[in-house]
Design a protein around this ligand. Structure first.
Ligand code: H79
Length: 443
């Protein structure tokens, strides 16, 4: 029994440190979060030397799948020879994404800009020999896309960083505080370079779990970034000092705790380019997932992993292009919307217009026939298939005159109006949405 308790206690402690509580009050950041809340889709880019041999980004040596020197040999093969930042920005624009986040530095410590610090960079240590970030940020901003910077707090290649491989560490912070101070100064200087050179709209930290907020100096870091740009958004991986929650690969079933959240997800099974990974998600799977995320008030940060030469795999181009066409057709049902109605009213994703007088229903698969909506107190003025204009008929069934409980709404969805992926219906309501959520009794 004691063992079970001590296990539970240890687990509780662990989850407290790993999943730290948000320390930022939502009301204090509501204004700056507006664009993020409306944006819904971002494109994540993992580009680094790991694309040369197609190995796990940084984790390959951490997990001892290869030695650190072998991993770093990839520096020699990173050419960026066919890098076309304008083409990347065009693709991101075509996907419908409103923002993008690129790896400025992953856990392997290789910076993609010309860092002044004495440490690895694509400028000093690879045949690419240049700052890859500046032209990218310029191109995306030209197109009105918000620009985000992924920055790894962890730097497993830095001699003053304690962590190295999963079962080894250079030292313990408590035993050599001066060494940790040196690392802190180093990482905060690099971060200041990113902040001053590119002024990102969003900072996407990763790897906070290896140290406490005090050790990282999370609050100080947050403050200094916001001094440079008070509107900058900071993701939730700063040990509690971020603005929004970041589930990774795992799709939430209920809404995450933070007021704002973003699911980051790969198109195959890896963040960076890997020659052997052919587990591509289909456009349908991504679009269905995207609708689900938006219906729960989240954003999707969809990842692409360019090759070392800067070309983007055709499968990823295809998913972004198909998603973009679907987004264009269904723009009003996605962008700038608010989370939909509770599950139980309708068995599928839903969203609401900002003023909540339009309710959007997302039909999975190739739905046709009669669909059911429960507990809608509003009158429906009009139903249309989004992006297609076909008007649909509906019927209210079982409305009891003396009862406040609304009748059941049945909508006829004929064959032939279906989208290639997900069909969306817009229900125009007489007033802002009102729902009945009772138990059907005389309450
Ligand atoms: O950059 C991509 C990945 O390389 C990086 N984040 C994305 C965006 C990443 N990979 N894995 N993780 C982040 C989470 C890792 C969690 C673990 Fe652990 C680290 C599992 C075991 C060690 C955290 C700390 C959970 C348990 C201990």
């Amino acid at each position: 029994m004691f063992r079970i308790f001590s296990f539970l206690f240890a687990f509780a402690l662990l989850s407290q440190t790993i999943f730290s509580q948000q320390k930022i009050q939502p009301d204090s950041i509501r204004k700056k979060m507006e664009w993020f809340e409306d944006a819904k889709l971002g494109i994540f880019i993992h580009w680094g030397i790991y694309a040369v041999n197609g190995v796990d980004e940084s984790w390959a040596f951490y997990n001892k799948k290869m030695s650190w020197p072998d991993y770093m040999q990839q520096l020699k093969g990173f050419t960026a020879a066919r890098y076309d930042p304008a083409a990347w920005a065009d693709l991101i624009k075509a996907s419908g994404a409103r923002y993008t986040v690129i790896t400025t530095k992953h856990h392997d410590g290789v910076a993609l800009w010309n860092t002044k610090e004495e440490h690895f960079s694509t400028v000093k240590n690879t045949p690419a020999k240049r700052d890859l970030l500046k032209p990218f940020y310029e191109e995306v901003r030209k197109r009105g896309i918000k620009a985000g910077a992924y920055f790894s707090l962890i730097d497993w290649s830095h001699p003053d960083y304690p962590g190295f491989m999963k079962d080894s560490s250079r030292y313990k912070v408590a035993n050599d505080p001066a060494r940790w101070e040196r690392f802190k100064k180093f990482y905060q200087s690099q971060l200041a370079e990113v902040s001053h050179q590119f002024n990102p709209d969003l900072f996407w930290f990763d790897g906070d779990w290896e140290h406490s907020a005090e050790e990282w100096e999370s609050l100080k870091v947050r403050k200094s970034l916001l001094e440079r740009n008070p509107h900058a958004i900071i993701n939730g991986r700063l040990m509690g000092y971020g603005d929004y929650d970041t589930p990774e690969q795992n799709v939430p079933v209920s809404r995450p705790k933070y007021n704002w959240w973003e699911l980051c997800m790969t198109i195959n099974n890896n963040w960076g380019f890997q020659h052997k990974d052919t587990h591509w998600k289909t456009p349908y799977e991504i679009i269905a997932l995207f609708a689900d995320v938006v219906s729960h008030g989240g954003n999707l940060l969809l990842d692409i992993g360019p090759r070392e030469d800067g070309t983007i795999p055709a499968e990823q181009v295809n998913v972004l292009t198909e998603l973009g066409q679907w987004n264009k057709k269904h723009e009003k049902a996605i962008f700038g919307t608010r989370p939909g109605i509770a599950q139980g009213h309708f068995y599928g994703p839903t969203t609401l217009s900002k003023d909540s007088t339009s309710l959007f229903l997302f039909l999975q698969g190739q739905t046709s026939g009669t669909i059911l909506l429960k507990g809608l107190s509003n009158a429906i003025k009009d139903i249309q298939v989004v992006g297609n204009g076909t008007k649909l008929t509906h019927k209210v069934v079982g409305k009891i005159s003396w009862s406040p409980v609304p009748g059941l709404v049945y909508i006829d969805v004929p064959k032939g109006v279906q989208d290639k992926y997900i069909t969306v219906l817009e229900l125009k309501l007489d007033k802002p949405v009102r729902l009945y959520q009772g138990r059907g009794g005389f309450e």
